[in-house]
Design a protein. Structure first.
Length: 426
């Protein structure tokens, strides 16, 4: 009987899944993918029905931060208990117990914006756990994309908790996203050797955290990165559990966060910051479509961006056509290709793709990553992939695993990011 309460539906494109998800959650999440006109239309529909804004389901979208409406995890969990008005759902003891269950004790009072993707997902799952007292069905979009494999037991725990109470659970996923097998591709994938080499050096590196964690007090809060000097063959795969600093290090490499000390990246005899494509490209795109993205940035590079985009489109179509059935493109895929084209047009020292499969089916993600890597290698630009998925291992010619170590002896230092060079296939 419990299995009958759990349903999973798979989609080929992000747009199809988001449309189905919006229908299940009473349209409470305006579309951010279809441009500002669509977003404000959906938003206006919402504010015109203020008495109907309480959802008939508990939900976690593909970006879990979208269901975390308060400043910190503690407030999110309190609100979940108070909204359900169930005895025992909104007490300090309950909040502490659920926080411990999901490993949130250390981040309960941090601003939501400062949490890693995995920590935000854990907060959303903890919120859903408390909200189960309402008896409302649970709807989740692409939950396997939120967490590293070692944390999937938390997702299973929430599902079992709902099913144990005989509450329906619906999962909307992208085709193939939960498949753990490696991609069946040739590691060379036709780009030839030698692969571009990225030189990475960190010395006494401290990445600032205070603007995100402790803005009001102004304390100098930071994390350290272990001293390292390595050469990485492209493509390089960075792995590690949730919250270990993968995206934080990537942002430092690309100059998107402040830091002290030495952080040196170089390739092709050139040095300087790299370029980054976020996991949540919908936010990064600022509601722009592919054509608007290609018209942004340095006017001198717009022609190059358009040319690179067309070449990657052709490459994507060739790779996608080989799958059975062939993968389909949608607006999200075109946005990702446009963001990659704009970044490659500047010929950076490195292009970093953070969770590149986000929002894509397995077949579409494979074709996207191969198309980007091929084009980047033609320009002699190294590529770094950050991913929880085991799919990309056959592609990687070098691999780094990150893990963080808590620091208590040094004032202001929250943790140290350690890097382990796992393999080098050069």
């Amino acid at each position: 009987m419990q299995k009958a309460l759990l349903t999973t539906e798979y989609f080929q494109t992000h747009q199809e899944r988001e449309k189905a998800f919006a229908a299940l959650v009473d349209g409470l999440l305006p579309s951010r993918l279809d441009g500002p006109e669509c977003f404000w239309r959906d938003f206006n529909h919402l504010i015109q029905r203020p008495g109907q804004l309480r959802p008939s389901v508990t939900f976690i979208p593909s970006d879990p931060r979208q269901c975390l409406a308060f400043n910190c995890a503690r407030q999110v969990l309190w609100a979940a208990g108070l909204a359900d008005a169930h005895p025992g759902s909104a007490t300090a003891r309950t909040i502490d117990r659920v926080a411990a269950l999901f490993g949130l004790q250390a981040v309960l009072d941090q601003p939501i914006r400062s949490l890693s993707g995995g920590e935000a997902a854990k907060t959303a799952l903890a919120k859903a756990w408390i909200a189960s007292s309402s008896g409302r069905p649970l709807v989740m979009a692409s939950p396997s994309g939120w967490m590293s494999p070692s944390n999937t037991e938390l997702l299973e725990k929430v599902i079992d908790h709902y099913l144990g109470r005989r509450i329906p659970v619906s999962i909307l996923a992208m085709e193939g996203e939960g498949v753990p097998d490696h991609l069946d591709v040739n590691p060379g994938f036709g780009v030839g050797d030698p692969s571009p080499i990225l030189e990475l050096e960190c010395h006494q590196l401290e990445i600032g955290l205070s603007p995100k964690i402790n803005t009001l007090s102004g304390d100098n809060v930071f994390c350290k990165v272990m001293d390292t000097r390595i050469q990485l063959a492209s493509p390089c795969l960075i792995t590690g559990d949730n919250g270990q600093g993968k995206s934080l290090l990537a942002k430092a490499i690309c100059g998107a966060v402040s830091f002290k000390g030495r952080l040196h990246t170089a390739s092709r005899g050139r040095s300087g910051p790299g370029r980054l494509i976020f996991q949540d490209v919908v936010t990064q795109a600022l509601m722009r479509g592919a054509s608007r993205i290609l018209q942004s940035g340095n006017p001198r590079l717009q022609k190059d961006s358009a040319s690179i985009y067309k070449q990657m489109q052709v490459a994507w179509q060739e790779h996608a056509a080989r799958s059975t059935p062939p993968a389909r493109a949608d607006r999200l895929l075109r946005i990702k290709l446009a963001l990659a084209a704009v970044r490659l047009a500047s010929v950076p020292t490195v292009l970093i793709l953070d969770e590149p499969d986000w929002g894509l089916s397995r077949r579409a993600a494979e074709a996207f990553v191969l198309a980007v890597i091929n084009q980047a290698h033609r320009l002699k630009v190294p590529v770094v992939l950050i991913s929880h998925k085991p799919w990309w291992s056959p592609l990687a010619k070098s691999r780094i695993k990150l893990f963080k170590q808590a620091e208590s002896g040094q004032t202001g230092c929250k943790f140290t990011i350690n890097l382990i060079l796992e393999s080098d296939r050069t």
